[in-house]
Design a protein around this ligand. Sequence first.
Ligand code: ATP
Ligand code: LTN
Length: 333
Amino acid sequence: MFGDQKVCFSGVQPSGNLTIGNYLGAIRNFSEFSELYKTFYCVVDEHAITVRQNPAELRRRTYETLALYMACGLDPEKNTLYVQSMVHEHAELAWILNCYTMFGELSRMTQFKDKSTKHADNVNAGLFTYPVLMAADILLYQTDVVPVGIDQKQHVELCRDIATRVNQIYPDLFTIPEPIMPKSGKKIMSLVEPTKKMSKSDENTNAVVYILDDRDAIIRKFKRAVTDSGAEVRAAEDKPGVTNLMTVYSCFTGKSMEEIEREFAGKGYGDFKLAVGEVTADALAPVQKRFAELMADKAALEAQMKKGAEEASYYARRTLSKMQKKLGFVQIH
Ligand code: ATP
Ligand code: LTN
């Protein structure tokens, strides 16, 4: 809460081309909070450098992620859209919160375990303290709700633990946030290994449908998607491939799993996969069109970054300075 207004915060890393997992699990759901909440949506470039990035690509993707926020329906007049590194309070609060986070807690984070296995040559301290920076992002804005996919739930829970610990020493300093996940789409799976999360950093581009993929690529990837033995379009635990495609179809059409089963009864996987590709391409076409228009005006995106950072700083500064004062840091105005 800031004053009497509830706050919603979320972030996406500019660490690769955004996927339909990012879209269905997170970004698509952001706009539903715009009316009732004060909303902050951040492009978290400081999180992205926990794995090596090419600077030119990181810069380009930062513009693209901001443009995608807007192309997915976030109006910059109703939402604060900005880039994390342009608001220095994030890194400053993260340092302070590091001193209130336990080594053991961070060691238990599954994302750290996964990423340190995947990037075994670069298990840097930033990868380890990544969730602390994320806690700083959230707590700086006295956030009530954090819309995320299920893979981020553990990080939001750690953020709650950190905030509770700080509040025990300095009462009411932070609002305790709640993770919010969509009913359907909180974990879209890889098209090649449907027991693994679809991830924008997957090297196999056939496993991933990107928001910006063209119609042919989308249809081709779904046609090639790994399905299970049998030929029935039916959701089941032992049919992760088909179940995942049904989830995507359900997210884009609003139909329930039962309705989908009925619709494709007696039809083979081929017809079904084509239908999933078509609804996905149809849903993404307007986002792609708007994205292209926004990317054509770099100056407008930069003006938006500047405005967003100024808005965010106003709130971030208030929380940071409250924390610093409690800690005993000298403040001279
Ligand atoms: P990376 O592969 O680089 O770790 P990522 O694809 O997991 O990245 P993030 O920037 O870490 O993407 O995530 C942005 C948001 O998208 C988060 O809220 C995350 O939970 C959500 N998300 C990411 N992948 C999926 C997925 N496959 N299904 C549902 N939600 C997802
Ligand atoms: N860790 C998140 C991105 C992220 C985030 C946040 C999400 C950084 N800071 C604050 C919600 C709130 C991820 O998706 N990997």
